[in-house]
Design a protein around this ligand. Structure first.
Ligand code: 5GP
Length: 190
């Protein structure tokens, strides 16, 4: 069995993190992704407990107050946080634990778990990022503008991450991500 590791995957909304993580989960049998809590309203097709644990502002605050979150941050006016217990249990069980979270959360995780591997997913360009966000068709113009602004802030912090990975080709980026996770997991084989 391999030992548990913690991987943080960040990058602007539209960089393709979700697709990359989905491929990773298919290709790496001991990979496990944490399901975040959020006060954001579900998008069409999103299921409570599958994509997110959807919360009210009050229930989210209760998670914070009871030390139920490993990290949390406000993004685009909504709160997002990583449930603590399930992550700790999966690391202890020897899984490759994946957190798909924003950079503010990534830095909090690195403080608490210095051995965490911080991976930043970059879009090929800002133009391509905007094209992808519009192509999703799930966001209003205002929400896209907020996400493009957030993207510029996030991109300015990418060098503080351990690894930067450009997602210009999904198959190539997937292979790179799988290689990174497996390399770290092999290093810590028990
Ligand atoms: P979205 O609303 O598009 O699902 O997510 C918006 C941003 O919040 C993304 O950058 C996503 O990675 C981030 N995010 C999702 N869950 C968490 C979390 O638990 N903690 C933090 N800090 N960010 C999160």
């Amino acid at each position: 069995m391999r030992q548990g590791n913690l991987f943080v995957i960040s990058g602007p909304s539209g960089a393709g993190k979700g697709t990359l993580v989905a491929h990773l989960l298919r290709l790496v049998p001991d990979a496990w992704v944490s399901i975040s809590a959020t006060t954001r309203k579900p998008r069409e097709g999103e299921i409570d407990g599958v994509h997110y644990q959807f919360q009210t502002p009050e229930s989210f605050q209760e998670l914070i107050d009871t030390n139920g979150l490993l990290e949390w941050a406000t993004y685009g006016g909504n709160q997002y946080g990583t449930p603590r217990r399930s992550v700790e249990e999966h690391i202890a069980a020897g899984d490759q634990v994946i957190l798909e979270i924003d950079v503010q959360g990534g830095f909090q995780v690195k403080e608490k778990f210095p051995d965490a591997h911080l991976i930043f997913i970059e879009p090929p360009s800002l133009e391509e990022l905007e094209r992808r966000l519009r192509g999703r068709g799930t966001e209003s113009d205002d929400a896209i503008a907020v996400r493009m602004q957030a993207a510029q802030v996030e991109l300015s912090q990418k060098m503080e991450y351990d690894i930067q990975l450009v997602n210009d080709d999904i198959d190539k980026a997937t292979a790179e991500l799988v290689a990174i996770v497996n390399e770290q997991a092999e290093k810590t084989r028990g």
